[in-house]
Design a protein around this ligand. Structure first.
Ligand code: SAH
Length: 188
């Protein structure tokens, strides 16, 4: 949210919006003029609708928010023309071999001015006692990246699509393992 604020807000598309937690916060941000939430899961979108009380809110507020079903691995004209795309805790749910297609869809086709990506920092998992056999934080996570792996991906995006990026952390910074969550803010 603070990254979106620093980028100046505007029209925001939240990719993999899930139950709409970030969408809800984005809507309370005056600099954000419009939010489109996209998720592949109908049930998550239904929960988002309830959370956002889309049936009850005022028409003025209703104009700023839309939720649509869509998959991030197919080009989609509905997600073009935005100032900012947020992708919070989503990429680790995509099969690793689909990440290149996802990057094409987002950085080449949708091509927002800025993209905010967050994903777990796998190194920090050493601080968690009760991870399953996979060593990952969630049964649907296909991978979790170290800081170096995330940086390597961000560098690829920079080189392929001409976006600059800045890396940072979210949560308490462990001196050796880094923060629990890592973020990259890309600008075209
Ligand atoms: N951004 C939200 C939800 C993160 S959970 C939050 O921070 O709260 C990950 C979400 O990604 C889930 O809602 C899941 O349905 C969605 N997702 C996974 N694969 C997807 C795909 N290929 N296309 C669109 N959404 C996807």
């Amino acid at each position: 949210l603070s990254a979106v604020r620093s980028l100046g807000g505007g029209r925001v598309v939240d990719l993999g919006c899930g139950e709409g937690r970030l969408v809800e916060q984005l809507l309370s941000e005056p600099a954000v003029s419009e939010v489109l939430g996209v998720d592949v899961s109908i049930s998550a979108l239904e929960r988002a609708e309830k959370r956002l009380r889309l049936d009850e809110i005022s028409e003025r507020r209703r104009d700023r928010i839309r939720l649509v079903q869509g998959a991030l691995t197919y080009t989609d004209d509905r997600i073009t023309g935005f100032d900012i795309a947020t992708v919070a805790e989503v990429i680790e749910h995509l099969d690793a071999e689909r990440l290149d297609v996802f990057a094409d869809v987002l950085f080449a086709h949708a091509a927002p001015a800025a993209v905010v990506v967050t994903t777990p920092n796998r190194e920090y998992n050493a601080n968690f006692e009760r991870l399953g056999a996979s060593g990952l934080r969630h049964s649907d996570h296909r991978f979790e990246w170290t800081r170096a792996e995330f940086t390597a991906w961000a560098e690829q995006v920079r080189d392929r699509f001409g976006y600059q990026f800045e890396r940072s952390g979210i949560g308490p910074d462990d001196p050796e393992l880094g923060p629990p969550t890592q973020m990259a803010v890309f600008r075209r």
